[in-house]
Design a protein around this ligand. Structure first.
Ligand SMILES: [Fe+2]
Ligand SMILES: [Fe+2]
Length: 363
């Protein structure tokens, strides 16, 4: 699980640090002839962050593929429970891919009730993946102990990394204003409220001021043509508030991303085929391995290829995982990999060509 570089920028390290390790930077520089590097030439390696990122953005091919698994909602009932079996199935599918993905991203809600035993089970299952795994947190992982166990297992939930010229950013987008302290809620009571689709006491998800400041800083040294992929658990736009398919400060996050020419947001949480485009940003929601959510009653973004309603008699219908191809222009082709249906490709070209709703009502 260690083909890629280690995480190299996180909220805890704010402000962000250099994005390339020595070996990769030297390799890039030599390969492209931008810098003549001799062994032991530490001073050239020590160039400032902006120069390093420019080299990465302009000289490394962006074409690679990664897999995305999300929303497994594991219960502490061992590997025979159907949600655990589904995650195991996703891991086996990814391990059987030929060629192998460069890495796997996990999109949050690994646990159902944020319990240590659930997260531990998830970590054990994900450890079977052959490629390196990057993790993101979802609200189901967080609100029993406010992320204590998740951090212990997986580290900081806010970080960024560069891979083959693409800048990847991972956010905790499930931060909500405290409504539990005053109500004297016990941890599990709070968790159970957060675990509802329609939480009557809930507040909207946010990225929050602290992470937005971190994001602004993380983006500050990037060239505007650096391809960016942001991972968030909730969609970084306002889809449907009553179900928290929504991020309340999405507009502010989008504004930070607006100067960049190729930006994709990939999210979990909504458990459905979901595509949107706002300004320069294309959004893709992923399937869950556990169950599909219905579409929002108000309709779906016009860019979405509407998924048929899942067959309630087939517990794998409407679930699955995703394959993501990163293109040379820095944008992505998404392929949904539902377990009971054919793969569903949603290409970059297809998304930008859409001007009218693909199916059904649009909001
Ligand atoms: Fe979920
Ligand atoms: Fe979620």
């Amino acid at each position: 699980m260690s083909k890629n570089k280690k995480r190299n920028s996180s909220l805890s390290e704010y402000p962000s640090l250099s994005e390339l390790n020595r070996r990769e930077f030297l390799k890039t520089a030599v390969a492209t002839g931008i810098i003549v590097v001799s062994s032991g030439c530490a001073s050239q390696y020590a160039q400032n962050l902006t120069e390093q990122r420019e080299a990465a953005a302009t000289t490394i091919a962006n074409e690679f593929m990664f897999a995305y698994i999300s929303d497994s909602h594991l219960l502490a009932r061992g590997k025979e429970h159907r949600f655990a079996k589904s995650l195991i199935k996703a891991v086996e599918d990814v391990n059987a891919m030929d060629p192998q993905p460069d890495f796997v991203f996990y999109g949050g809600d690994l646990a159902q009730l944020g319990l240590r035993d659930e997260l531990s089970l998830g970590k054990e299952i994900l450890a079977e993946l052959k490629p390196k795994v990057y993790m993101m947190v979802g609200e189901h992982d967080w609100y029993y102990d406010m992320g204590e166990a998740w951090r212990e297992f997986f580290g900081n939930p806010t970080y960024s990394f560069d891979y083959k010229g693409v800048h990847f950013i991972v956010l905790n987008s499930v931060i909500v204003e405290d409504y539990w302290t005053q109500s004297k809620m016990a941890p599990m009571e709070r968790m159970l409220f957060m675990a509802q689709l329609d939480n009557p006491k809930g507040k909207p998800f946010t990225v929050g001021e602290e992470q937005r400041a971190w994001l602004s800083n993380d983006l500050a040294t990037l060239r505007k043509d650096t391809p960016i992929v942001v991972f968030s658990h909730s969609p970084l736009y306002k889809y449907y508030k009553p179900w928290n398919f929504w991020t309340d400060d999405a507009d502010e996050v989008q504004k930070l991303l607006s100067p960049f020419s190729a930006v994709t947001v990939i999210h979990g949480h909504t458990h459905q085929v979901l595509t949107n485009k706002i300004g320069n940003i294309i959004f893709h929601g992923l399937l869950s391995t556990a169950w599909p959510w219905p579409y929002a009653p108000q309709g779906i973004p016009k860019y979405t290829i509407q998924m048929d309603r899942a067959d309630p008699f087939n517990q794998l219908d409407g679930t699955g995982w995703g394959k993501i191809d990163t293109l040379s222009n820095g944008n992505i082709n998404m392929t949904y990999m539902p377990w009971t249906r054919n793969p569903l490709p949603v290409s970059y070209e297809k998304v930008v060509a859409i001007t009218e709703p693909v199916h059904g009502p649009s909001y």
